[in-house]
Design a protein. Structure first.
Length: 361
């Protein structure tokens, strides 16, 4: 408990036999639950019990409520407490792709065996299995096998399982047989703590008034940053300004300085994205429309705008003079993913902090 809030730390990840998508919390980072998410205490107790009273655990709520963060925190807590070595952490989209690949390579039996014998299964965004009958059936049989085996299953969705979603009745029935918990967007107390946490992580000194303003908790203040991701982005912008733009009040930046700073951030974001995706700078700034290139390019554009606040027109000139709507679409797409995908959120954080730490221009 901290200041009337419940804090669930992201336990260090242990070696897993099967990890489809690795996730580990940042040092000293926790899932912060305010009064609006009081049931998180019960969830933490449930996963710490050697005999699972609730299985599966189903988390649902709007984008930005922290479903993925909490799911991974709960999974990490159980893995650490019981020394689980065979765990699978994936998304519904990745599960469907893995099944399709297994069908093509005649390895469905191997994929099924891994999912039926693991100690813990976490599947994010199960609503994305809508219309994918084979993948839903695969998850259903895996869920049944793991519940019989006593292995914990955690899933997340945007809406309650019984809401119209395109999921099959048998799968919905199995999900409703577990512990179904709705998460709300962080309230004022939680938002203030999230700002403090982000400020500590990104080494930004904030006073109480700054924290209140960023958390949207002041009298008459607009709640602009309702989600944890947006709160972190707001603090990241302050961190970037401190790294790139700190100077005496009587020495404002010249237009040339601003232009040089913007180009430096854009170049570093492009280098980081190209390195992460195994591409060249030329490919990112070229005309290729391959999905991997588009994803890397969009990530670089998003991080540039996050750290500089530059206009879409300014950013597009650094990427081959495309139409500014290209940047608009790319940034919106990445922002949507960051809102519900912990892996992408941490990737953006890593890029931004890496760029900020390389110093001012």
């Amino acid at each position: 408990m901290i200041s009337g809030l419940f804090s669930l730390p992201f336990a260090p990840a242990v070696a897993a036999d099967v990890v489809v998508r690795e996730h580990a919390g940042k040092p000293n980072e926790s899932f912060i639950a305010g009064p609006e998410n009081a049931l998180v205490r019960s969830l933490a107790a449930a996963v710490s019990d050697s005999e699972l009273r609730y299985n599966p655990i189903v988390l649902y709520g709007p984008a930005g409520a922290g479903k993925s963060s909490l799911a991974h925190a709960l999974a990490a807590r159980r893995r650490e407490q019981f020394g689980l070595s065979e765990a699978i952490s994936t998304t519904a989209a990745d599960l469907a792709r893995a099944l399709a690949h297994a069908v093509e390579t005649a390895s469905v039996a191997d994929l099924r065996a891994r999912h039926h014998r693991c100690d813990l299964l976490l599947v994010d965004d199960v609503h994305r299995l809508a219309g994918k009958a084979a993948a839903q059936q695969f998850l259903l049989t895996a869920l049944d096998a793991l519940v019989r085996r006593g292995s914990l299953v955690i899933v997340t969705l945007r809406q309650p399982p019984h809401a119209p979603s395109g999921l099959s009745p048998p799968l919905v029935s199995r999900l409703l047989g577990g512990l179904v918990v709705g998460l709300a967007l962080p309230g004022p107390l939680a938002r203030r703590e999230l700002v403090r946490q982000a400020a500590t992580q990104f080494h930004v000194a904030l006073g109480d008034d700054d924290i209140t303003r960023l958390a949207g908790c002041g009298e008459g203040a607009a709640e602009r940053f309702l989600t944890a991701a947006r709160l972190r982005q707001a603090v990241l912008r302050l961190s970037a300004k401190a790294e790139f733009g700190a100077r005496p009040a009587d020495a404002p930046r010249s237009a040339a300085d601003e232009s040089l700073r913007f180009k430096s951030v854009c170049r570093q974001a492009t280098v980081a994205a190209a390195k992460h995706f195994g591409l060249t700078m030329g490919e990112l700034k070229g005309k290729s429309r391959r999905q991997v290139v588009a994803d890397a390019r969009g990530l670089a554009m998003y991080v540039t705008r996050l750290l500089t606040g530059a206009s879409y027109a300014e950013i597009v000139r650094q990427f081959g003079n495309r139409d500014h709507t290209t940047v608009l679409h790319a940034c919106r797409k990445v922002a949507e993913v960051v809102g519900h995908d912990e892996f992408m959120r941490h990737l953006v954080d890593d890029f931004a902090t890496q760029i900020a730490s390389e110093g001012a221009v």
